[in-house]
Structure formats: C-alpha cells, structure tokens
Design a protein around this ligand. Structure first.
Ligand code: PMP
Length: 299
C-alpha cells in the first residue's frame, strides 16, 4: 500500500505517498503508542467527521498523550487531503503516534506525530449480493477486561487481538471473527459492532463496556428507533444467539453488513436488515442505486 501515487498529510505538510515513512525506532511501532481513526467519504465529505476527530483526541488522551492539533485543525486538514487526492467516495485514515526521539518504554518527550491518508473506495456490490450475509467464526481470543487496557480507545495495540482473530477466521474459511469478552459475553467483530433481531421483535446489541461504542452503532440505533424499532443494549451470551432471526454488523467500513452465519448457526438476513441498510444509505447520502461493498477489511 506504500508504493502508489498520491499525497499524505504529515505533521502539517503534504508529502508524496511514497515518502511518508517513519524511523524503525519509532515508539508507536515498538510499544503500540498509536491511535487512529477509520472514516468514510461520501460525495466528497467525511460522514460524522467531528465525531471521528473527537474520538481521535479522546483515544490519545486515554493513551496518555495529546495530539498537537485541535479538532478544527484536523478537520481542516481533511479537506486538504481529500482535495489533493481527488477523493469523492473513499476512506480516510488519520493516525497519531509517539515518535523516535527516545527509545524505551518511557517516552515522555517523544514528539506526537499526526498523519492523514485518504484513498478511493469505489468497490460496489449489488444489494442482493450483500444480502447473502457474511460468515463469522467465533474467536478463541477475548476482548480484555477494562482494567487490562484502555478498551475505549481506538488504539493500535488493541488490534493485535483483532488481527489474530481475523487471520484464524480466514484460515477456517470465514470472512471475519466474532469475539467474546473476558467474561464470555458476546462483544463485537474485529472491526464492527453487532446487532441481533430477537423473537421479541427488538434489536439487541451488547453493552459497549469493554469495546468501541461505534459511531455507526450509535447512528444505526438512532435510525432503528426512528423506524419504530426498539433497541435493547444488554448482556448477550453466545447461547442467546440461536434465537436471533437476523444479525448484522455496523461500522464505518462495514456500514450495515448482514451476517449469514456465526460458527454453526445460520441466519437469513431479512426485512429489518434491509430497512436499516436503506436508512443508512440515505443518512450517508449515497446517491447511486447500488449499495456499498460488504467490506470489513479496514477497521
Ligand atoms: N469495533 C472495532 C474493533 C472497530 O475497529 C470498529 C471500527 N472503527 C468498530 C467497532 C465500529 O466503530 P465505528 O462505527 O465508529 O466505525
């Protein structure tokens, strides 16, 4: 992904994509002192930009550092990056990390760097293709206790668990993994939150007390309520999943992605999922009649 045309915003400067490099002794690389965002661009604008930028700031705070650019400055940098790369429908990856000035666990004086990269994300599938649903394997890796890590930060280190889980799922022929938390409760997929349509006719979703309360999750809860659906946030155990009639994931990259299988359980995406896909498409201002790829490869 590093060998391509384009420009990346790095600490206030626009530099060639191929030159956007860091030193091998970067603290963020050795000790995972990095936080990032994943944002989607629709018709030239980032959906929920300020929410993402504020979460980036909050993630840094939870990791014990401060990004040396304000929310307004970061938002303005997005315009520069999108224009420089001519992005209309795409993805933005802001990332902040501790630099390479000092080597060791302690890095109090290391510079906090910020970069923004953006690229086109034009892959579209038909709504019918998406409605088949993706397959999730149940991961052996668990989301950690909030006493073990800053679980509400979108922090690079927490994605170690996601990559391990996703690689294992892919080896078994699944698209993604469902992770439980340290208590054995259903938590989330590797880059998306999860919802279940239960026999009471309500949407049930796990309480986000040890994983990201996704911006898409909150958007979809609002859209569901506006459509007259009740949404219940509660503890969901793996054995509860068999009762669900529809299951879907939500995330910036995943948008609303139907799930057709979790381990041995199968589900048929239906009317509620279809309604929320349409509502989400409308909310993001998608103008064509196709629905975005059910891609959850970028968190
Ligand atoms: N959980 C994880 C682990 C994620 O990486 C993401 C994607 N950022 C989400 C949930 C969903 O968050 P959002 O809707 O804000 O993209």
């Amino acid at each position: 992904f590093d060998d391509r045309d384009g420009q990346i915003w790095l600490n206030g400067d626009m530099i060639d994509w191929r030159d956007a490099k860091v030193h091998v002794l970067t603290h963020g690389l050795h000790y995972a002192s990095a936080v990032f965002e994943g944002e989607r661009v629709y018709n030239g604008s980032v959906f929920k930009l300020t929410e993402h930028t504020e979460r980036l700031h909050e993630s840094a705070r939870l990791m014990g550092f401060e990004i040396p650019y304000s929310v307004d400055e970061i938002n303005a940098a997005h315009d520069v990056v999108l224009k420089a790369n001519g992005i209309v429908d795409g993805y933005v990856r802001p990332i902040a990390w501790r630099g390479s000035e000092m080597m060791g666990v302690s890095a109090q004086k290391n510079r906090i760097n910020l970069a923004l990269a953006a690229w086109e994300w034009p892959s579209y599938f038909s709504p019918e293709a998406r409605m088949a649903g993706i397959k999730l394997a149940v991961s052996d890796w668990r989301r950690p206790d909030p006493r073990c890590a800053p679980v509400h930060a979108k922090a690079a280190g927490l994605y170690m668990i996601c990559t391990l889980s996703k690689h294992e799922a892919e080896r078994q022929g699944f698209h993604d993994a469902l992770m439980l938390d340290w208590r054995g409760q259903v938590a989330e997929a590797t880059g998306a939150n999860i919802f279940f349509l239960m026999p009471d006719g309500k949407l049930h979703t796990p309480v986000p007390d040890c994983f990201l309360d996704g911006i898409t999750r909150r958007t979809v809860i609002d859209l569901a309520r506006a459509a007259g659906l009740e949404v219940v946030e509660r503890v969901i155990m793996p054995e509860d999943m068999a009762q669900a009639s529809e299951v879907f994931l939500t995330g910036t990259a995943a948008e609303v992605t139907p799930v057709g299988q979790i381990g041995d359980l199968t589900f048929t995406p239906g009317e509620v999922t279809r309604t929320l896909i349409a509502a989400y498409d409308k909310a993001v201002g998608r103008t064509n009649d196709l629905t975005a790829a059910a891609s959850i490869s970028a968190a």
